[in-house]
Design a protein around this ligand. Structure first.
Ligand code: PMV
Length: 318
């Protein structure tokens, strides 16, 4: 178990993440493996004299809190929760967010946003919050965004290192095992161009599981065992094995019906251009996919671009 309190961070940063293995099954108490996408969200607070403003230029978001009580912007709920919990609702401020991660793309943008804002408030108002408190508050925000989150997004957004994660039962704490990679992990992340709400995908899996609990139980157990083998491959840098596990996991995510046409096309393009493994990452139904591409990240990115998809290189160290 990692010593989570003794890590240092830039104060206003929230990390994005990609889930390598275990999404959806993690909601049902199985393990998941995730790595950070560094510096995804950076927030800054300045004093204002006319209320509370939120600006996120790259998402086209510009909101003043409590200006349209009948039709509040979705962002307002999150920011209000944070400010209430920190006793800052009577302050006037401008919250400016530089988001380098797409929204609703399966990369943990909502958790990164919450962590970035909490850290910026912590710094500006000198609140002395530790990482555990930042993580707990970001988890509360994730409940607003996702309904029934496992807690993996806010954990990676807060701590910013690769983890094996398993949510705690009832009042038990989650298992958060810090991992050391056997070598830098060469990923490509591609965007389907289809925005998809994790909330909806999680609800969809929940409804399907209710109808066929025994089948879903077995799929989740299978994903769990793949994830645990994936942890070993990640730590030894065995990319052949990790790629194979990602491909098998994608088959199971298909069984959960959380893929989509565009993701399937990207997966085929990546595999045909030499990716060792390729799969949905995060909630699915759109959003992003990941491919494991040692030595051929640029080739795969170019092939995806030619097929009409945006893609970027994400190499995860340590
Ligand atoms: O879509 P994302 O990046 O927020 O990832 C969601 C991962 C799920 O396992 C589907 C849900 C969860 O809370 O763990």
């Amino acid at each position: 178990m990692a010593d989570l309190e003794n890590t240092t961070h830039d104060f206003s940063v929230g990390h994005g993440k990609v889930i390598l293995l275990g999404e959806h099954a993690v909601v049902y108490g199985r393990h998941a493996l995730a790595v950070p996408v560094r510096l995804a969200v950076k927030a800054n607070i300045t004093d204002s004299d006319d209320g509370i403003h939120i600006y996120i230029p790259s998402w086209g978001t510009q909101v003043q809190l409590q200006q349209s009580p009948d039709n509040p912007h979705p962002m307002e709920e999150t920011v209000t929760l944070i400010l209430e919990q920190l006793g800052l609702m009577d302050q006037q401020m401008k919250i400016e967010v530089n988001a380098n991660v797409n929204r609703a793309a399966g990369m943990g943008s909502s958790a990164a946003l919450a962590v970035g804002i909490v850290r910026a408030l912590n710094q500006h108002y000198q609140l002395n919050l530790n990482d555990h408190r930042v993580n707990t508050l970001a988890f509360e925000c994730e409940k607003l965004a996702h309904g029934n989150p496992s807690g993996i997004d806010n954990t990676v957004a807060t701590y910013g290192y690769p983890i094996l994660f398993k949510k705690g039962k009832k009042n038990e704490p989650a298992l958060i095992e810090k991992l050391t990679l056997g070598a830098p992990l060469p990923l490509v992340v591609g965007y389907s161009g289809v925005e998809s709400l994790t909330l909806k995908m999680v609800a969809r899996v929940a409804a399907a599981r209710k109808k066929n609990p025994a089948i879903y139980q077995q799929i989740f157990d299978f994903i769990d065992s793949i994830t645990l083998q994936g942890r070993d491959a990640l730590q030894t840098g065995d990319w052949q094995q990790l790629g194979e596990l990602m491909n098998v996991c994608q088959g199971l995510l298909n069984a959960l019906q959380v893929s989509c046409w565009e993701i399937e096309e990207m997966i085929q393009v990546a595999r045909q251009n030499g990716a060792l493994g390729a799969k949905v990452t995060g909630g699915g139904g759109g959003g992003a996919f990941i491919a494991l591409c040692p030595g051929n990240q640029q080739t795969v990115i170019e092939a995806l671009n030619e097929a009409g998809y945006q893609a970027m290189e994400v190499t995860v160290n340590g």
